[in-house]
Ligand binder design. Structure first.
Ligand code: GLY
Length: 596
């Protein structure tokens, strides 16, 4: 592996050093050895003379515009991310917000550093391994758990953005909240998707009174498309955050509102003011592996996303995917099999690594992935896919918890070439459906396994514990070629995020598709039975895959709810973005301006 020698690149340097030291000391390294690269440097390099302009790709036009406005004012990618999140929490409250959590991958063009920020929710001190079991020791029904107070983790998104802004912000923190405040005060038009998802949540008949008053006209009629929705409480909360920072949510009146909402019936949670006060976001090294000529960097635990996407790519690196395009049965067959293997390991071994020894290096070890790739037949589906035993792994039970679709992903590239790839979530639609301060509280703790042991009595790595973070699938990713920024991508979608992101990377890097064409490819999720997006996947392709032995889940279930947003740098230096047409997103380019 050849390294570039000219720039500091602290994040990745530390990561390589940690790998080396860990190898010497025989302990679990912080990162991984991927399949041997074909060529090229394995580090992200500095690029101080960036002239590619900026770009925002986000799930809602108002949020994308808020980010673009910050870029036009000379803001950094992190500055814009704060503005995007402030508006997403208002216009797309079903997906993310200041009552939820997030992961952010950051590339600094000035130094070449790649670093990640962890704003994942934590379980309160009062959480127990049995809190999602009923009086008979059976798991609660999923939606009963979702709308319970027990599902709410300590929110982390704002604290994480505050930390990232402290390190990479250019504009004053206060300025970044203005678009959100103005929109919340003046109102915004309810979009078709927001109306559709209000309709979905109202049809369950479970909304607390304040949420129903906000989302409906009369407690049951969803706010119609195009009607103007104002949220003065949210505006007031953002004003406080603009002045006080994340502290506005962890102490004082809004913190008390959060605690009161969590401790309300049904099934109150245990969250306290101390839990809110003690929350700290983390700055973590990324996990990075080589995929062909690319360096792919993502989130380490508590997300399983980075490890699982890298594992799937590591398995695919044993196949010439470029020769098996999206029109070929072989291309989809290999994509499915790589996913099945990666999901089996991820379900078994990945959890919050402050509580569980997660064998990250073993899961991404080149020899181990070669042994997993060798299980794939070129012309038959594997009968059963079991987790492997990667180097360093303890015996663990398999966790089938999934996660749902209340998540959003966006990408920002700023005028200096810095990149943010951020996935942000309240977990289910409108999170726990509980509100405080004009925003929805997450139900992230239902991402834990509801049971502490599997049916063979093996302990489950992703069991609930106080202070622990539930395993995520969120996969914000940044990819480099020859040390230079190449691509940033991610998606919402619960456990399917891993499939959506892997597909998009293969679509662009192996199949040579534009970002939009790669995002538009059918979604095929292979965790257990295969789900193929019914409206996009050619039935003849599905029949051919069935003939190879692949078993599909029938009907229209799943696959169509991705929200992939990507920005790629073209060979001539220009940026090209994609917004998933399955949602309402938008890409906005901000031309290069030497004065900024
Ligand atoms: N709640 C979605 C995820 O963290 O994967």
């Amino acid at each position: 592996m050849r390294m570039q020698s000219n720039e500091p690149r602290r994040g990745i340097h530390m990561l390589l050093l940690a790998t080396f030291l860990a190898g010497v000391a025989g302990c679990t390294p912080a990162t991984v050895r991927g399949p041997a690269p074909a060529a090229g440097p394995i580090e992200a390099a500095a690029e101080p003379n960036w002239q590619g302009g900026g770009m925002v790709a986000a799930a809602n036009p108002l949020a994308a515009e808020a980010g673009a406005e910050i870029l036009r004012a000379g803001g950094s990618a992190v500055d814009a991310a704060v503005a995007v999140q402030a508006v997403l929490g208002l216009v797309e409250p079903q997906s993310s917000g200041i009552g939820g959590g997030a992961f952010l991958v950051h590339y600094s063009a000035a130094t070449g550093d790649v670093i990640t920020y962890d704003g994942r929710e934590v379980a309160p001190r009062g959480a127990t391994a049995e809190m999602f079991l009923d009086a008979d020791g059976k798991p609660l029904r999923f939606f009963d758990a979702v709308r319970s107070g027990r599902s709410v983790g300590v929110p982390g998104a704002v604290a994480m953005l505050e930390l990232a802004h402290r390190e990479h912000g250019r504009l004053p923190w206060r300025q970044l909240w203005r678009s959100g405040i103005t929109l919340a005060e003046n109102g915004f038009a309810v979009s078709p998707r927001l109306n559709e998802l209000i309709t979905a949540v109202v049809s369950r008949g479970t909304l607390p009174a304040d949420s129903a008053a906000y989302l409906t006209l009369d407690g049951k009629t969803p706010r119609p498309v195009g009607s103007v929705l104002r949220n003065p409480d949210y505006a007031a909360t953002l004003r406080r955050i603009a002045v006080q920072g994340a502290r506005a949510l962890s102490e004082g009146p809004i913190a008390q509102q959060i605690v009161d909402a969590v401790r309300a019936d049904p099934l109150p949670g245990t969250l306290t003011l101390e839990d809110l006060r003690d929350y700290r976001p983390n700055r973590l090294e990324p996990v990075c592996s080589q995929y062909r000529v690319y360096l792919v960097c993502g989130m380490r635990p508590p997300s399983s996303g980075g490890v699982a996407v890298l594992a799937a790519l590591g398995i695919l690196s044993h196949v010439d995917m470029a020769a098996r395009g999206p029109q070929t049965v072989a291309g989809w067959h290999h994509l499915i099999e790589a996913q099945r293997l990666a999901y089996a390991d991820r379900d078994t071994y990945v959890a919050d690594d402050r509580y569980e020894a997660v064998p990250i290096a073993g899961l991404l070890d080149a020899d181990y992935l070669a042994s997993r790739a060798a299980l794939v037949s070129p012309d038959r589906a594997m009968q059963r896919v079991e987790p492997g035993r990667p180097p360093g792994a303890a015996v663990r039970g398999r966790d089938s918890s999934g996660g749902t679709t209340g998540t959003s992903h966006f990408v920002v590239v700023d005028g200096r070439g810095n990149v943010v790839s951020m996935t942000t979530t309240v977990e289910s639609l409108f999170g726990s459906q509980r509100m405080a301060g004009g925003f929805f509280l997450n139900n992230q703790l239902t991402d834990f396994s509801f049971t502490p042991f599997d049916d063979k009595g093996q302990p489950i790595a992703n069991a609930v514990a106080p202070g622990k973070k539930p395993r995520s699938s969120m996969s914000p990713t940044i990819i480099f070629r020859d040390g230079r920024f190449e691509l940033a991508v991610g998606s919402p979608g619960g456990h399917a995020i891993i499939a959506y992101v892997t597909k998009s990377i293969v679509g662009m890097l192996d199949w040579g598709l534009s970002p939009q064409a790669a995002v538009d490819l059918p979604n095929v999720i292979a965790r257990g039975l295969v789900v193929a997006e019914p409206v996009r996947m050619d039935p003849a392709m599905i029949e051919s895959l069935r003939a190879m032995g692949h078993q599909f889940r029938g009907g229209r279930s799943g696959g169509e709810v991705s929200g992939i947003h990507a920005v790629r740098r073209l060979s001539d230096g220009r940026l090209e973005g994609a917004a998933d047409s399955r949602r309402e997103g938008k890409v906005i380019a901000v031309p290069y301006d030497p004065a900024r």
